[in-house]
Write a protein that binds this ligand. Sequence first.
Ligand code: 5GP
Ligand code: ZN
Length: 117
Amino acid sequence: MSAHEENCVFCKIIAGDIPSTKVYEDENCVAFFDISQVTKGHTLLIPKTHEENIFELQEETAAALMKNAPKIARALKEQFGSVGMNLVNNNGEAASQTVFHYHLHFIPRYGDDEIYS
Ligand code: 5GP
Ligand code: ZN
């Protein structure tokens, strides 16, 4: 773990070097819209520390992230009128992780969307 990783796209988002649409931020984490919206409102919640994935994630970081998950889910539900929500987390290349800074996907579901699950 390190506070900031030079070539990490999410560390750049935290630093403000890459623009993003933030939906929540506090001292430990930030949530912003995924650039490729699997469904309307698709959001990523990330820690401000660079921790690669679940295998590296500190318990304190996990707690700080999950503390915010219910309010982010409720806010997205309210804003977009979704009727369900998938929370998805890919860890490791073999599990389809493409950005190696821990992140939790919030994927609002609408009943008539045609994505996985
Ligand atoms: P993974 O496949 O690692 O679970 O998910 C990485 C996610 O990061 C993808 O859904 C991808 O669209 C998103 N992503 C990659 N680069 C950027 C970026 O520069 N900005 C934003 N907002 N999302 C990004
Ligand atoms: Zn990072």
